[in-house]
Design a protein around this ligand. Structure first.
Ligand code: AKG
Length: 280
């Protein structure tokens, strides 16, 4: 096992629902990932504008399979896969990857939500899932770094309500009380740092009003035993072909090959959270 989490890191993750690993990707690996996100024609072709309803915009690209590109290798590398297995305590598969690109001055905000507030609707029965946010640029309070509510993964899955066409938010009434009782952590990261956070950890981010770009790559894993029961959402179990860490640098600036091995998505998944109310 080449998990990058020490027993103390794992204990912190269990307690707080988040942990940061500094330098998860070294300078060369981070540069390859950054340039791939900037230059890969498949990423460019699948960029979607995610408007925040307040004039801001995050450009996102989403894909569901870890392929042979350099960013596929990052998701398949032993250091990521074994860290994921240590967090989940079982075999994992790649659930989704996402570029969230906040440009200077215009980058959009994200309101408080849990990823499991969305993923539950993909047919994953348990919150045995998490995200890893890899900083491609320095992330700061000024350029809209991720904010997380420490320990909120222990609150369970909250109700989410519609906010904009592309965004649901955690029940604002509960949020008011949660924020009175819990600390907010600002995930200020250097390029190559990785933030691991539980799928029930509440998180949000501010608009980027600064002159500095804030691009991050999110790689998400699910427990194999928690495979989505829905097949139409394209995030069901496909074995994770784990590769040595060296495969990232060996891939160099290898882009997607155009065969859609990655299963790029054409739109974000935003569940109709009013559905159950309508049915009753
Ligand atoms: O990139 C960000 O600031 C937020 C991303 C996020 O919350 C998500 O993808 O669920």
């Amino acid at each position: 096992m080449t998990s990058r989490l020490s027993p103390a890191d794992l204990a912190a993750y269990e307690r707080d629902g988040l942990v940061i690993v500094r330098g998860m990707f070294d300078a060369e690996e981070t540069e390859l990932l950054r340039r791939a996100m900037e230059q890969d024609p498949e990423i460019k072709d699948h960029l979607i504008d995610r408007l925040d309803g307040e004039g801001g915009n995050t450009r996102i690209a989403l894909w569901n399979r870890a392929g042979d590109s350099v960013y596929g290798m990052a998701a398949r590398a032993e250091k990521m896969a074994h860290t994921a297995e240590a967090i989940i305590g079982a075999e994992v598969y790649h659930y989704q990857s996402k570029l969230t690109a906040k440009e200077p001055f215009t980058g959009g905000a994200w309101e408080w939500h849990q990823d499991y507030g969305y993923w539950y609707y993909n047919g994953c029965l348990a919150p045995a899932m998490f995200s890893c946010m890899i900083a491609l640029d320095k992330t700061t309070r000024e350029n809209g770094c991720l904010q997380l509510v420490k320990g909120s993964h222990k609150l369970g899955r909250l109700d989410h309500v519609p906010l904009t066409a592309g965004q649901n938010e955690a029940d604002p009434e509960h949020m008011k009380h949660i924020l009175e009782r819990h600390e907010i952590v600002y995930a200020e990261l250097e390029p190559g740092d990785a933030l691991f956070f539980h799928c029930n950890t509440l998180h949000r981010s501010d608009q980027n009003r600064s002159a500095n770009r804030r691009w991050t790559l999110l790689i998400c894993y699910n427990a194999v035993w928690n495979d989505a029961y829905k097949r139409e959402d394209d995030r069901y179990f496909v074995p994770l072909d784990i590769v040595p860490d060296a495969a990232i640098k060996q891939a160099g600036l290898r882009f997607a090959d155009g065969s859609d091995q990655e299963h790029f998505a054409s739109r974000p998944f935003v569940p109709d959270v009013t559905r159950l109310k309508k049915a009753s």
